[in-house]
Ligand binder design. Sequence first.
Ligand SMILES: Nc1ncnc2c1ncn2[C@@H]1O[C@H](COP(=O)(O)OP(=O)(O)O)[C@@H](O)[C@H]1O
Ligand SMILES: [Mg+2]
Length: 230
Amino acid sequence: MAEIIVETRDLEKVYTIGERRQQILKDINLQIFAGEFVVVSGSSGSGKTTLLSILSGIDRPTSGSILLSGRDITGMSEDELAPVRNVETGFVFQAFHLVPSLTALENVMFPAELRRDPQARVKAEELLRRVGLWERRSSYPQQLSGGEKQRTAICRALINHPKIVFADEPTGNLDSENSRGIVELLAELHREEKTTLVLATHSPEIAARADRVIVLRDGCIVEKGEGADA
Ligand SMILES: Nc1ncnc2c1ncn2[C@@H]1O[C@H](COP(=O)(O)OP(=O)(O)O)[C@@H](O)[C@H]1O
Ligand SMILES: [Mg+2]
């Protein structure tokens, strides 16, 4: 049986605004296996972003627990969580979230410099070369196209060789040609590096490429697909 990278137990997320209590995620029990490409689908507002944020340690659940590589991250302090997020996971956002005052190369190096990796620059250069951005390494985010920004963000997510990469609608802000390029790149990285990839999208074309599709509706998993041990 394949190694379990992420496991959740009875995960729940509730927002209380004034008197109103809104249940965003409910009864989320899932396992993601090493090397899997899992798509999380579901209509807008179904809870995809909230789920990915919680699985990656960016956000916290109201109740239930998350195990990342067998370690319970649910009760960790911010100080304990920060290195887990930085080294064990990579996150690709719909809106890129690059640092505007840093060049493409510096953006990619950043997570490696946080952990004082002496190879930060060499690794960042290699990644940018690989995604066809070598010529653009000294450009600032505002000088890059959407597709170039997202390729830079993918390099940044990969620089610390995370066990798992989360991508939240990574093509949501791109035209169809750039979208195809980004999906190809993510699929190639998954195939060649055996990176575990959890990608939220409502694109059926992307979902068709996944090993498994998890469908959310109103915060509940209504369709789980088959796990690696099924
Ligand atoms: N910080 C927040 N406070 C209150 N409600 C929120 C917050 N973030 C998300 N929501 C609500 O949670 C639900 C799920 O949102 P989200 O996870 O962004 O869904 P999706 O990514 O599938 O579109 C939505 O109804 C949204 O309005
Ligand atoms: Mg979302």
